[in-house]
Design a protein around this ligand. Sequence first.
Ligand SMILES: C[S@@+](CC[C@H](N)C(=O)[O-])C[C@H]1O[C@@H](n2cnc3c(N)ncnc32)[C@H](O)[C@@H]1O
Length: 252
Amino acid sequence: MWALGDYDRIAARLAPAAERIASKVGDGAGRRAVDVAAGTGSLARALASRSWSVAACDIAPALVERGRELSADAGLDIDWHEAELDELPFADGSAELFGSSFGLIFAPDAERALAEAHRLLRAGGTLAFSAWTPSSYMAEMTTVMSEFMPPNPEMRKPFRWGDLELTNSWLAGGFTSISTTTHTLPWVFPTASAAADFKFTYSPPHLAALSFVGERADELRAAVRDHLAGLAARDGSIKIDAEYVVTVARRK
Ligand SMILES: C[S@@+](CC[C@H](N)C(=O)[O-])C[C@H]1O[C@@H](n2cnc3c(N)ncnc32)[C@H](O)[C@@H]1O
């Protein structure tokens, strides 16, 4: 799914969150970091620019390929791999930082993904990830689209990673010094129609939903546009502050 559309356009909108994670973990001084579910590597590049020695992994071959190109274009030496986020091709205790920007949240099994982070990190190493909150605009949009799908609790699973109480309980066993900060990412468009067109042209989940709904495609487009119109300012423009959290924790 994630190779549908033009991920560069989505990555550009999400990149400030990757920068935020990188600024929170600071200078790497040559230490080893892994960007997990890296997409095209916004976080990997932000870390490599801060002197981390970075490996990046994603499940989608096309995004890994594009990530390699973007790293090379930026003159950054990033070690790219195609890999599932809970089955990474690295030795136990081999990383100082396990980072993920809106990627870890797509883990099929949260417990297994965190066990993999724990395995990979050395004691005292850092886990850092961003996640949309359950009341964020992204969660709202998922609700709009889920009305066109058969009931599927999986669709809401990513938003659990932005539920502080829940993630703290997941992390408590293997991690300590857990800190979470809340931020927003702006989604700005001149009109609701422009925002809906952007989504149905570039966003992988929206494109996947379109192909899934078949004959109801126009109805889905209209529902998304109407939802966006309900969020518009008086002049019709859209400026959504999509809420997310950045969680940082130390491996016990
Ligand atoms: C919203 S994108 C975020 C990508 C990137 N971190 C960024 O900030 O632009 C989610 C990413 O998770 C990846 N992904 C989803 N499930 C995965 C899995 N089970 N293992 C590895 N990567 C996965 C997708 O291929 C996609 O690149």
